[in-house]
Design a protein around this ligand. Structure first.
Ligand code: ADP
Ligand code: ZN
Ligand code: ZN
Length: 757
């Protein structure tokens, strides 16, 4: 029975770590929940203040005799903060970590930095009197005063800067006139609008060419808008998943949905991966919603982000667009949360609490009665699985708008190239097509798939990949040369020849974008080449600049990593070359095939977005692999069937839920021993029948087993029910808290991980 409540009085950074404990009176026991607003006596005078319940407990942290009592539940208009605190409590429970960490994630924390202010000087005296004052000042030859008085008599109000800069009036002169009641200084907070900065940063020709009327929706789009609207207006809207091929008009659907919600007086949050938050995309929303839309991105300062949150809270905005953290925009009457490219990894937080924005969005939507809309050309297995089970409503958009054809795909077998003596990274066929495109004055994108490449080893002659016999994931080559599985710890020595074909071409893949650029320049010396990777986009606008230059056809070929897969539409791109499609396939975790399918489909979707038809060349050592074959055919359904069967067979998510636990310590032996101790504890509970259906794996070394002298061990738990994994997490957290011996370790939890620790 919870008898004590932890309460925060004030939402600012320092206060979150020091909640105040209050006694819950009998009549309120069992009636309080995190997020509720209560009235409590506060401070020496016991002034009655509003506070937020952030947690309930049966244990008093202080002398219970000295605790004050909660007076009442305050039900006068539930503030949006209350909803966000309830969401924080849910995040804490679902993903672990502390309440303070969860609160810092969801609440727009007030910063100490002062907001930007705009000061205006306004004439206060009646005109007659002001004129008399002016004559007096002229007579006394007070020149500065005269300049300011004349300006105010003429314009009534001028900005503070005009007075001090253009009129060269000092602050003391202004103060003197203020004291005499001649003028008043008005202070107004001004919120910065980041869209204007984005606009200023973009190029003139881009601004001109991109602006055009939004097209009217086609029949498929209209149908979806209608059905989703009906769902959103219902009592408890079900999440909607829009599976639409690249260029099928999903964004146009989102905009229409939001426009209707705004008419009903509601607001919307649109999550898009940061990398796709381009000028082009933002302008489509800006053209429809004008100043009532804003954005968030990671380059903004804490102050700027806070400003955007305040604009939202004050009712100045209807739409917020941004990455993961935009989910916590304090809109009071939220109608929609839309998550575009919902399969993207970046929606999963990489720091504690490691929440998934898709799941947290579902919870926020539930708390405030909003509708959740997910969209993707390649939905995550999790979402499609839930859609198939009827938990989500599913909408399919199978055609590109205006019947533009999907690109034609060809798979090139790199093993054959090797046999024929071509050891270049460009296959004969790709070179041929590149030549044609260049002659026709069209553009080419070359894509090096480098995601999830963690030292896998394969055979270039037959395509064989060294895999773990127990987990069906690629083995990673460690510094000592051994091949290791990240899940179960299986090891084997590196082999010099291929066990399948005996070839000696075994090893890791090393070529990077720079090397490719060099090869391309040698082969096509006249072509203008741009390269986009981590190096060339490191400075502030590098990314936008390269895309923008390519967009205005200042180059013929763009070479890049997954960064080039998203964002801009390039109508002149007719050829996309995917140089080593299997790289992401060989990642050391179970998402390999899914990521490969997604990346190839998205990359192929770049070709033929304009009037000209597109062509895609997929180079690979594993042409028979299903994710490659099916991506070439853009056959999502078939891929889903095959992949879900594999997940079921191997007990991977979404067939089973998975919890990954990190145990870290500066002391290697200590890390090992505690990881084993914790594993034994859970194993024992399983053996005692307390955790039926639970699988425990590990401990193994983390992908990077030692970072800055901290040793990292990982445990895995799998279960059909998410809540059972939460129970294991809770029990382990409590166990660790209660025993002083664990002070030398830190732990982290990650549910349904997208990456290894
Ligand atoms: P997606 O988000 O599915 O990739 P978009 O909404 O970006 O698709 O649409 C792709 C392109 O087609 C955009 O340039 C968009 O302006 C255009 N478009 C969208 N809907 C229509 C329509 N009904 N008629 C004509 N063009 C459209
Ligand atoms: Zn081989
Ligand atoms: Zn294994």
């Amino acid at each position: 029975m919870a008898e004590y409540a932890n309460i925060i009085i004030d939402i600012s950074l320092e206060k979150l770590d020091r909640p105040f404990q209050y006694l819950v009176p009998d009549r309120l026991v069992g009636k309080l929940e995190p997020g509720m607003v209560v009235q409590v006596p506060f401070g020496n005078g016991n002034r009655i203040t509003r506070g937020y319940v952030i947690g309930l407990t049966g244990e008093a942290e202080y002398d219970p005799g000295k605790l004050k009592e909660i007076r009442a539940v305050d039900s006068s208009g539930v503030a949006v903060e209350a909803q966000l605190i309830a969401l924080a409590a849910w995040i804490r429970e679902q993903y672990g970590g502390t309440m303070s960490q969860a609160l810092k994630t969801v609440l727009p924390i007030r910063q100490k930095a002062a907001a930007k202010q705009k000061r205006t000087l306004r004439l206060l005296m009646p005109m007659e009197e002001a004129r008399a004052e002016l004559s007096e000042s002229v007579r006394r030859k007070r020149r500065a005063q005269v300049r300011l008085m004349q300006a105010l008599i003429e314009h009534e109000a001028i900005s503070y800067e005009t007075a001090t800069k253009a009129l060269r009036v000092t602050a003391s002169v202004i103060r003197a006139l203020e004291e005499r009641g001649f003028l008043k200084v008005e202070i107004q907070k001004v919120w910065r609008n980041p869209i204007h900065e984005m606009e200023e940063g973009s190029r003139k020709e881009e601004r001109k060419t991109r602006r055009k009327e939004a097209p009217s929706l086609n029949a498929v789009q209209q149908q979806i808008v209608q059905e989703v609207t009906a769902e959103a207006e219902g009592e408890a809207p079900r999440p909607c998943l829009i599976h639409g091929v690249t260029g099928s008009g999903k964004t146009a659907v989102y905009i229409e949905l939001i426009a209707r919600a705004v008419e009903r007086g509601q607001q919307a949050i649109v999550l898009i991966p940061e990398i796709a938050l381009t000028y082009q995309t933002v302008m489509r929303f800006y053209e429809r919603f004008g100043e009532r839309v804003s954005i968030l991105n990671s380059r903004m300062s804490a102050g700027e982000r806070y400003d955007q949150f305040m604009r939202a809270k004050n009712g100045e905005l209807d739409v917020m667009i941004g990455p993961r953290s935009a989910l916590f925009t304090p809109f009071s009457n939220l109608g929609y949360i839309i998550i575009d490219e919902e399969h993207e990894n970046s929606y999963k937080s990489e720091t504690t609490p490691r929440y998934h924005a898709r799941e947290a969005a579902r919870q926020r939507a539930k708390i405030c009665g909003a509708a959740l809309v997910l969209g993707s050309a390649t939905p995550s297995l999790e979402s499609y699985y839930l859609a198939r089970q009827g938990e989500y409503r599913l909408f399919e958009m199978t055609e590109r708008v205006e019947k533009r054809p999907l690109p034609l795909s060809e798979i090139i077998d790199l093993r054959e190239e090797l046999k024929q003596g071509n050891r270049s990274i460009l296959s004969g066929r790709l070179q041929e097509l590149m030549e044609e495109s260049l002659l026709a004055g069209q553009q080419i994108m070359l894509f090096l798939n480098r995601r999830g490449v963690a030292g896998f080893v394969s055979c270039r002659a037959c395509g064989h990949v060294f895999k773990c016999p127990h987990c069906d994931v690629s083995l990673s080559q460690h510094n000592d040369g051994r091949l290791v599985c990240h899940y179960c710890g299986y090891q084997q020595p590196m082999e010099k020849t291929c066990p399948e074909c005996g070839s000696k071409y075994v090893g890791g893949f090393k070529a990077g974008t720079q090397k490719i650029e060099q090869v391309v320049k040698e082969r096509f010396p006249k072509a203008r080449v741009l390269r986009m990777d981590f190096d060339t986009t490191r400075n502030k606008d590098g990314y936008e600049k390269i895309l923008s230059a390519f967009g205005s056809h200042e180059a013929d070929i763009l070479i890049g990593t997954q960064m080039i897969v998203k964002g801009h539409d390039f109508p002149d791109v007719t050829l996309v070359g995917i140089l080593a499609a299997d790289l992401s396939l060989n990642s050391s975790d179970f998402h390999g095939p899914e990521r490969t399918f997604q990346l190839l489909t998205q990359a192929a979707g770049r070709a033929g977005r304009g009037e000209l038809p597109g062509h895609v060349v997929i180079q690979t050592y594993q042409p028979e692999n299903y994710s490659i074959r099916l991506a070439a055919r853009q056959d999502y359904q078939a891929f889903y069937e095959q992949e879900i069967a594999y997940r079921r067979m191997m007990n991977y998510p979404p067939a089973r839920h998975m919890l990954q636990m990190l145990v870290a310590s500066k002391d290697q032996l200590y890390a090992e021993m505690t990881a084993e101790l914790l594993e034994n504890k859970v194993q024992k509970a399983v053996a005692d029948g307390k955790l039926p259906g639970m699988t425990v794996l590990g401990p193994t070394n983390a992908a990077v087993a030692k970072v800055k002298d901290v040793y990292k061990k990982v445990l895995y738990f799998k279960h059909e029910e998410y809540s059972m994994l939460v129970r294991v997490k809770d029990a382990l957290e409590l166990f660790i808290q209660k025993h002083k011996e664990f002070q030398m370790i830190t732990v982290q939890f990650d549910f349904n991980p997208m990456n290894g620790f």
